[in-house]
Design a protein around this ligand. Structure first.
Ligand code: HQG
Length: 184
């Protein structure tokens, strides 16, 4: 399968598993899982050239991507982060790295100073253990993103929960400004 096909499948999975599962007649459980068979059935109906999609194609999408967006275990699949579905999915809290980074548009800084980092249209705030990843995330919003450094150790000590999305994406319900320092 070509990279372009894999990207199109990945985008469709993102839509189905993060945002609007009901359009694919899918139900996510409390942790975001849904049966692989149900997703395949939905995608078989999406496009004529997807009639033959199998779970091996989903495995290839997961393997070929630089970002680990989905996981497939036994006969279930879920998105690991990025959700906007109503009804907050449950995640197990975990002890974060001491420092986490967030890349954003400089235009958002005033609002973030006021309200802290908020999940906005998604269920969670997304944070990166690696600065370079935060730069890449921020570039989706602005060519010269602002980089915020989150003192996750202090925030966790103060009782703010953090959750694992994958090894390069950490999640939080919100992060107050007092734990954030903008890079100058
Ligand atoms: C900003 C992609 C105003 C926040 C990425 C961000 C990531 C505020 C934007 C994942 C705010 C939300 C998520 C406040 C936060 N006032 N703006 N109080 N608090 N913001 O796209 O973190 O490729 O929902 O700074 O790589 O950019 O799809 O979040 O700019 O991992 O797999 O509100 O999505 O992954 O934007 O990106 P987003 P994000 P995928």
């Amino acid at each position: 399968m070509s990279r372009k096909d894999l990207t199109t499948i990945s985008r469709t999975l993102a839509h189905a598993l993060r945002h609007e599962p009901w359009l694919y007649e899918l139900e996510l459980d409390a942790e975001g899982w849904t049966p692989v068979g149900a997703v395949l059935a939905a995608l078989h109906g999406e496009r004529p050239d997807w009639q033959d999609l199998t779970a091996a194609d989903f495995a290839e999408v997961i393997r070929a991507s630089a970002k680990k967006r989905y996981e497939m275990v036994d006969d279930r699949i879920r998105a690991l982060y990025g959700h906007s579905v109503p009804g907050k999915l449950s995640r197990a809290a975990a002890s974060p790295p001491a420092r986490l980074y967030h890349g954003t548009s400089p235009r958002a800084l005033d609002a973030i100073r006021q309200a802290g980092l908020q999940p906005m249209a998604r269920q969670y705030v997304h944070l990166s253990p690696h600065r370079a990843d935060a730069v890449a995330v921020g570039r989706r919003k602005h060519p010269q993103p602002a980089i915020l450094v989150v003192d996750a150790a202090a925030a966790a000590t103060a009782g703010i929960p953090f959750y694992v999305g994958n090894e390069r994406v950490w999640l939080a319900d919100a992060v107050p400004w007092r734990f954030i320092a903008p890079e100058s």
